[in-house]
Design a protein around this ligand. Sequence first.
Ligand SMILES: N[C@@H](CCC(=O)N[C@@H](CS)C(=O)NCC(=O)O)C(=O)O
Length: 214
Amino acid sequence: MYRLFHYWRSSSSWRVRFALDFKGIPYEPVAVSLLNGESESPEHLSRNPLGTVPVLEIPGTPASLLSESLAILHFLEEAHPDLPCLLPGTPLERARIRMLAELINSGIQPFHNPPVLAQHSADPVEQKSWAAGFIEKGLHAYESHCKKTHGLYSVGDAPSIADACLIPQLYSAERFEVDWRAFPVISGVETNLRALPAYQSSHAERFKPLDFKG
Ligand SMILES: N[C@@H](CCC(=O)N[C@@H](CS)C(=O)NCC(=O)O)C(=O)O
């Protein structure tokens, strides 16, 4: 069985949880805290020298490890072509899915990653304003693209890797007090995503430690 090293509130981890659940692939979740030094421990650095989550362990002798959520999502597409697909459509539609996923992966998430926030400022108010600015700008761009690409979901009428990135990004937007509901296309897509069983089963709140405070 796959093992997923993840953190409940990590948006990159949630992308992979969503994809695994959407495809109906069972996996063992292994929590790696980003708050207590666990992600910087020798054990986790041996899984991923960058110390980030998610990391997918692929069973085998020896087991293989993959980091970077988009690489993991593409691996799952290629390794399980018989299961429900998150990269559907024509070459152009698939390129648009990758474009939107990358917009979030490179253009938004890195700016609210905890070490980047800490490097930017020690002041939580300044951290929030910095992160919110990038999230707002990125979601504005996502909305503009989506006006041309969306159907029920971000690109056409099937959920995709772009949606796997959008779902947790909206959760993070709320944390940084960005009102994503001001974007009508994103809001409509989110309503359709919320109805998917994989949305509910992969949700951050389902993995939140009982003793989490903050
Ligand atoms: N592009 C990477 C981003 C990974 C990433 O930044 N993960 C965050 C949580 S969402 C993390 O582990 N942060 C802790 C750190 O950077 O030390 C991916 O998609 O996997």
